[in-house]
Design a protein around this ligand. Sequence first.
Ligand SMILES: [Zn+2]
Length: 410
Amino acid sequence: MLPGLINAHSHAFQRTLRGRTEWREASTPENFWSWRTQMYRVAGALDPDGLRIAARLAFTEMVLAGITTVGEFHYLHRDRAGRPFTDPNEMGWQLRAAAEEVGIRLVLLRVAYRRGNHRAALEGPQRRFDSGEVDRFFEESQALASRSSSDLFRVGVAPHSVRALSAGDLAEVVRFGRARGWAIHMHLAEQPGEVSACLEEHGRRPAELCADLGILGPDFTAVHAIECLPHEVAELGKARANVCACPTTERNLGDRAVPAQGFLDAGATLSVGTDSQVQIDLLEDAREVELNLRLTLGQRMVLGPVRRYPGALAALLFDVASVGGSKSLGVSSGALVPGAAADFFTMDLADPSIAEADDDALLSSIVFGGSPRAVRDVAVRGRFVVRDGHHPITARAVAEFARLQDTLWS
Ligand SMILES: [Zn+2]
């Protein structure tokens, strides 16, 4: 029995892209930006039903893999024509409904998004992401939060990135969230192009800008903190900020590895997210935080201080996938301690992926080789949502998702 895994960064709708972007569209090299064009096509096509169906399948796959809390970074605010829905939180409610059906704990990180970049307004599918003037964004975020009476649903704020907001809006959104004790998440620096655009606009790199604006803190999570120089790593560490790595997505998109060792040494807290849902296996994300650095540096055992007992590195990586995520999302889950939520899962010790591991090797076997197939029972706030490896809505979720994919891709 293990504490439930915490998925700190998810875009549920991108589950529709799995397997659909693994081919070459042009003779020029494919990269993050060409993938984004493909992603925008789906982002432009989903209606509220489609979002709920995609999210329900993604959330089902998450609980089947031992994930009990998801932080959903939500920016599909408007309808397909870029107009606000009658209820501006229409799409947010669809995500909440999907989470309730599946039984997963949801932290809905409502994204503030105002511009393509400092030179370009929102255009095409991006017009769906428009969160409006900050005052309206605050009102609508508050409306989402005020209708929540359950600790299975919370709201946070997410200034999308230094690209999508002016410095003034960025600082205001953070002030708003911080005053309410909400989690604050932001895409920091996934690609070199984002850093050069930030330098052009502000004369500073993304983490430098955030430090100057005073927005770093223990309630702040930098997602994709990849293109960070050592002094930026130090700033995030000094602020005791959170850093969310999404290695299965980052390797798929040709981003680079998060400099996790630097962040840990500097005092930041690491967490992980399934992000684009190219895979939903949070232990794979956790192990990749270490393994990507092994490939980059040509050495083994990169993370953590010298600890001469088996399982020390596995314990560190398991914390990244559990308590690290709970700090990032501000939830009382991720550890089996008195007072915490009863979010936990069990693994079948006879599953071939972890079979015959003795006590010394068990946690390392789970973290470095455990398969989601070995997950048996999953409980969220003490209620079992998965029993014996099965979730009751799986067949229906899969069938409806298949119909959705037919309409999206035919
Ligand atoms: Zn993201």
